[in-house]
Design a protein around this ligand. Structure first.
Ligand SMILES: C[S@@+](CC[C@H](N)C(=O)[O-])C[C@H]1O[C@@H](n2cnc3c(N)ncnc32)[C@H](O)[C@@H]1O
Ligand code: SF4
Length: 387
């Protein structure tokens, strides 16, 4: 059976850059005059993206109807909603959409309205993932987030009214954030009863404004212990409210509320990434586009938006299946491991990192402690197989 096929669209524009973020995104000032180049501006972007869909379709005319579409960024909701709907219609025109297609856009709380969300829902979007990050003004200020926290509830209510499923995205471990502040964010998010929640530990990325502030001693560096306490609190409160974890950083109210697009990444299915810097993975090959919007648009005009490509070796494919599969609640089938890797499972169970009962049933499922130390688990499963 062919694996499901997904489409990702990367929208590389933001109004302001948050101090912690090193995603491939640009403010108007950062883009400068090239922001006027065809395909590299908010006004011309979707037509260029539809041009890349044509390239993808010429390469994969027989791909199955698209199961999931995910529009991420950057801030996709800086584009007119009609443009996002036009992009979705272009996907539908080329491959068709599966009957139960999931179509998500990320959104900043300040960049959606009742009207814009209705246009998205009427045009076929099914989900919106709102970047809440925190409910605490002091934490939002450290993150340089500009949104009014009250707009999260407004955006969620408007999305619900339009018939969209809602995810809230949270960050924990912001420098200076106390455990009680993190509890407030979790409780505020839960009171809004979203369908789905994600909580990612803040990474202080080299080259960001936040990294410079940490280096200068203006902000404390988050510690592993603090992150572990916050992860445990998140899992306790979310599980207590009926949200089940299905990937280390993701919780859903019911199995049907999971993000199937992200599940496809973790299961190494096929997807085509459209837009500057977007990554694709089809049939064991992966490639990524030129990073800057102007370079991408120029490459696209010449028929080559791609920067580099690699074919995964069987060993790389196996390592990747372990690295990603172990993050999932359903666990990793032990028959994907080498004989040495299978032997390592017993030690991981003894150390309380892997669930013993699931291991007897032939799956590696992380315990809560194991989820905190997932990198160690992966290392032991792979390294023992190589010894
Ligand atoms: C890149 S943003 C795109 C969507 C939207 N602009 C937003 O901010 O919600 C997607 C998610 O990545 C998170 N993110 C960005 N930089 C991060 C970092 N250094 N550590 C952890 N999460 C990060 C954001 O907070 C956000 O929830
Ligand atoms: S709004 Fe989102 S994508 Fe834009 S800079 Fe902030 S975290 Fe990054």
């Amino acid at each position: 059976m062919r694996p499901p096929f997904g489409i990702y669209l990367h929208v590389p524009f933001c109004t302001v850059r948050c101090g912690y973020c090193d995603f491939n995104t640009y403010t108007a000032t950062e883009l400068g005059p090239v922001g006027g180049a065809k395909g590299a501006s908010v006004a011309t972007f979707v037509d260029a993206a539809i041009g890349e869909l044509d390239l993808a379709h010429a390469t994969l005319p027989d791909a199955p109807p698209v199961s999931t579409v995910f529009v991420g960024g950057g801030t996709p909701t800086l584009l007119p909603p009609e443009d996002l709907v036009r992009f979705l219609a272009a996907v539908r025109d080329r491959w068709g959409l599966a009957d139960d297609v999931e179509v998500t856009t990320e959104a900043n709380p300040d960049s959606v309205t009742e009207e814009s969300l209705r246009v998205l829902a009427d045009g076929g979007f099914t989900r919106v993932s709102i970047g809440m990050q925190s409910a605490v003004p002091q934490v939002l200020a450290t993150l340089d987030r500009t949104h009014d926290p009250a707009n999260v509830a407004r955006a969620l209510a408007a999305a619900r009214a339009a018939g969209l499923a809602v995810s809230l995205d949270l960050i924990y471990g912001t420098p200076g954030e106390s455990l009680e502040q993190w509890r407030t964010s979790l409780e505020t998010a839960l009171a809004l009863e979203p369908d789905h929640l994600s909580a990612y530990a803040l990474t202080v990325e080299d080259g960001t404004k936040m990294a410079a502030r940490v280096r200068r001693g203006e902000l404390p560096m988050p510690t592993g212990d603090d992150e572990a306490d916050k992860y445990e609190l998140a899992d306790e409160l979310l599980a207590g409210a009926g949200y089940g974890w299905y990937e280390i950083s993701n919780w859903a109210r019911t199995p049907t509320d999971r993000c199937r697009h992200n599940e496809a990444y973790w299961r190494s299915h096929d997807w085509w990434g459209i837009g500057p810097g977007a990554h694709s993975h089809v049939d064991g090959a992966r490639w990524w586009n030129r990073k800057h919007p102007a370079t991408w648009a120029k490459g696209l005009a010449d028929g080559h938006p791609e920067a580099e490509r690699e074919e995964l070796t069987p060993e790389q494919r196996s390592d990747e299946a372990i690295l990603l599969g172990v993050r999932l609640r359903e666990g990793l089938p032990t028959d994907l491991l080498t004989a040495d890797g299978r032997q390592a499972v017993a030690g991981l169970v003894a150390d309380g990192l892997v669930d013993g009962r699931a291991a007897i049933g032939g799956r590696v499922v992380l315990t809560r402690r194991g989820r905190l130390l997932a990198d160690t688990v992966v290392h032991r499963l792979i390294a023992s197989g190589r010894a």
